[in-house]
Design a binder for this molecule. Structure first.
Ligand code: AQP
Length: 330
């Protein structure tokens, strides 16, 4: 049996090149060695108010994009989080085993809640739902970025706590998984911040479904600096360094080689080349996406099939937990 890996992206905005290079590209490779489950985490996305029509469209578009990027439905399970009710049920049980202080200490909660006028309880409880996502599938490995490390630590604490209380083999205690290849892509407009779905600045993100001309326009308007030498120096030249990172992550050419090739060239060259390389990557993805997204019935049928597959596993775990807690099975 292959170890289980689980990951997901929140449909809280458009998927950008950062999500591709930091997550999706790795997911495609992981399918070779692991049993993979990839979710569209819609329950998590509603910790911030979402427009229902936009959310529905986004969820379907995410599924089509996962497939277009190379997630293979014959090898991996792709599902919409809300279609597997066990997530919310186990989330509740875990909430009842988590201290308020543990949740209030989470850096992401402190950070996000400090920026909102009214804070929903869901934002506080986000990490217990994430723990349920992971623990339902006997997940051994979770690909995590820096910002999710603390949440995974809480998941591990909860698994150990529950095993101690209710039986040692109740949950697999998951480990963090640091992908071999990975790149943190920064905003094109504020290159000291990461490229983010929820960034309101229009030209900040290169989205996977942007047209060729939009990619060109956004790269052209990328913030650089007043210098003229192309070198990799994220602290002092974050904009230029980000464009080099994007190119290197896509082409596989090392940053050092890129910098040598740009010797004597201007920032304009770097921007034009970056747009071309991004478009070469995105053209076939966009084409596959259009085909997949145009047959919604087939997409929904696939999602229903995969939800059944996920529910089978999740249901068995939840039943074990319910039995351990003394819930009466009827
Ligand atoms: N800029 C990025 N560079 C590299 N990797 C990135 N990821 C996100 N942004 C970048 C990786 O994508 C996966 C899914 O992310 P998520 O949906 O859980 O949310 P996030 O990390 O909070 O992404 P956003 O875009 O910043 O969302 P919002 O704006 O809604 O908060 C993760 O593996 C993440 O590391």
């Amino acid at each position: 049996m292959k170890p289980v890996i689980l990951s997901g992206i929140q449909p809280s905005g458009k998927i950008n090149i950062g999500h591709y290079l930091g997550a999706l590209k790795n997911w495609v490779l992981l399918q070779e060695q692991y049993e993979c489950l990839f979710m569209v985490v819609d329950l998590h996305s509603i910790t911030v108010r979402q427009d229902p029509k936009v959310l529905r469209e986004r969820v379907l578009s995410f599924v089509a994009l996962y497939l277009a990027c190379g997630i293979d439905p014959d090898r991996s399970t792709i599902f919409i989080q809300s279609s597997v009710l066990e997530h919310a049920q186990l989330g509740w049980i875990l909430n009842c085993h988590t201290g308020l202080g543990e949740l209030q200490r989470m850096t992401q909660f402190k950070d996000k809640s400090s920026r909102q006028e009214s804070v929903q309880a869901g934002l506080l409880n986000y990490p217990t739902l994430m723990a349920a996502d992971i623990l339902l599938y006997g997940t051994a490995l979770v690909p995590v970025g820096e910002d999710q490390k603390q949440h995974l630590e809480l998941t591990r604490d909860l698994a150990i706590r529950m095993n101690h209380l209710y039986g040692e083999d109740l949950f697999v205690v998951p480990e963090p998984f640091i992908p071999q290849v990975g790149a943190r892509i920064m905003s094109l407009q504020q290159p000291e911040r990461k490229m983010s779905k929820s960034d309101p600045l229009e030209n900040a993100s290169l989205n996977l479904l942007d047209s060729q001309s939009m990619i060109e326009k956004k790269c052209k308007s990328a913030v650089t600096d007043s210098g003229s030498v192309i070198r990799f120096d994220p602290a002092n030249q974050p904009g230029v360094s980000n464009l080099l990172t994007i190119q290197s992550a896509i082409s596989g050419v090392s940053i050092n080689d890129l910098v040598s090739n740009y010797s004597g060239k201007m920032y304009g060259h770097l921007k034009v080349d970056t747009a071309r390389i991004v478009n070469e990557l995105l053209n076939p993805i966009r084409e596959r996406y259009e085909t997949l997204r145009s047959s919604e019935d087939e997409l929904l049928e696939l999602m229903a099939k995969h939800a059944i597959r996920a529910r089978k596993k999740a249901g068995a775990t939840l039943r074990r937990v319910q039995d351990a807690l003394g819930f009466v099975p009827v």
